[in-house]
Design a protein around this ligand. Structure first.
Ligand SMILES: NC(=O)c1ccc[n+]([C@@H]2O[C@H](COP(=O)([O-])OP(=O)(O)OC[C@H]3O[C@@H](n4cnc5c(N)ncnc54)[C@H](OP(=O)(O)O)[C@@H]3O)[C@@H](O)[C@H]2O)c1
Length: 251
C-alpha cells in the first residue's frame, strides 16, 4: 500500500518504519514543522511537506499521528474524499475524521512508542472503521504490520487506553520517583532492575492479583511503619506510598 504519514513524532516514526519494513511505501510525510517532516521523510525515502504544501492524493491510506488535541485542527487542512484516513489515538473517537473523508477509522497501536526505537516491539493494533468495508481494509492493512490486531470501537478503546495509562505511564512514574528516592538516599536504583523485570514477566503466567507480594498484602504493619518513618523526609512519596498501600490492603 502507498501511505501518507501526517505527523512526524514518535508514532509516525515507528509506524513509518513498520510500514516500510513490511513492504509498503511511505510516499509522503506531512507535518506542521517542515524540518520535522523532512527529517522523517529522509529516513523513509519519502517526499515531505508542511500543511501549506500539496497533499499527495495517490496514497491508499492516510495515517494521522499527531497529538490528540491537534487531530481536529489538523484535519481541517485536508480533504481526502475517497481514500482511507485513520488516526492513531486511543482516547479520540473515530468521528473526529468524519468531515475529512468518506472512509475513516482508527489504527491505534497499544504500545509505548518512542522515535528512538529501531527494534520495534510487538504492537497490538486496535482498529475501527466507519463501515464494514473500511474496517476490513484497515484490519487487513494492520494485519500486515502485526500478528495481533483486534477490532475495537470507541468506547472499549477508551477503556483500554485508560488501563494502558495505568499499567505503563503510572508504573514508569513509580520507577522515576523510586529512582529519585534512591539517588537522594544514596542507594543504587540499578540494583532494583532485576526485580522490576521479574515482576513484569509474571504477567505472562498469572493474574496480577494472584502474585501480589510485599508488606501491604501481608498486612505487616511493623514493616509498613518502618517504611513510613524512612519516608518522613519525602512527603509526596510518603503520600503515594500510603495511597497505594491502602489500595493493596482494600482492593
Ligand atoms: N507515543 C505513544 O506511545 C503512543 C502510543 C499509541 C498512540 N499514540 C497516539 O499517537 C498520536 C501521536 O502521538 P506521538 O507520541 O507520536 O506524539 P509526539 O511524538 O508528541 O508527536 C506529536 C506530533 O503532532 C504534531 N502536532 C502537535 N501539535 C500540533 C498542532 N497543534 N497541529 C498540528 N500538528 C501538531 C507534531 O508536529 P510537528 O513536530 O511538526 O510540530 C508531531 O508530529 C497521539 O494521538 C497519541 O495519543 C501515542
Amino acid at each position: 500500500m502507498n501511505v501518507v504519514l501526517i505527523g512526524s513524532g514518535n508514532v509516525a516514526t515507528v509506524i513509518g518504519r513498520l510500514v516500510t519494513r513490511n513492504n509498503h511505501k511511505v510516499i509522503q510525510v506531512v507535518s506542521r514543522n517542515i524540518d520535522h517532516a523532512k527529517m522523517l521523510a529522509s529516513e523513509l525515502n519519502a517526499a515531505f511537506s508542511d500543511y501549506n504544501g500539496q497533499l499527495d492524493k495517490s496514497a491508499d491510506i492516510y495515517i494521522i499521528a499527531v497529538s490528540d488535541m491537534a487531530i481536529h485542527e489538523c484535519v481541517q487542512h485536508f480533504n481526502i474524499h475517497d481514500k482511507i484516513v485513520v488516526h492513531t489515538a486511543g482516547s479520540v473517537s473515530k468521528d473526529v475524521l468524519k468531515n475529512t473523508a468518506y472512509n475513516y477509522g482508527v489504527l491505534y497501536p497499544l504500545q509505548s512508542l518512542r522515535r528512538e526505537m529501531q527494534e520495534i516491539p510487538n504492537i497490538p493494533f486496535l482498529v475501527d472503521g466507519n463501515n464494514e468495508a473500511v474496517l476490513k481494509a484497515i484490519y487487513d492493512f494492520a494485519k500486515t504490520l502485526s500478528a495481533n490486531v483486534q477490532v475495537m470501537h470507541d468506547d472499549d478503546r477508551l477503556k483500554l487506553h485508560t488501563a494502558a495509562v495505568i499499567v505503563s505511564n503510572f508504573t514508569n512514574h513509580l520507577y522515576a520517583i523510586a529512582e529519585d528516592f534512591c539517588n537522594r538516599e544514596h542507594v543504587d536504583f540499578g540494583l532494583l532492575k532485576p526485580l522490576i523485570l521479574e515482576t513484569a514477566s509474571r504477567i505472562n503466567e498469572k493474574s496480577p492479583s494472584e502474585v501480589q507480594t510485599g508488606p501491604a498484602v501481608r498486612k505487616d504493619i511493623h514493616t509498613l511503619d518502618k517504611h513510613l518513618k524512612i519516608l518522613a523526609n519525602h512527603p509526596k512519596l510518603r503520600t503515594t506510598y500510603m495511597r497505594l498501600t491502602d489500595s493493596i490492603m482494600n482492593p
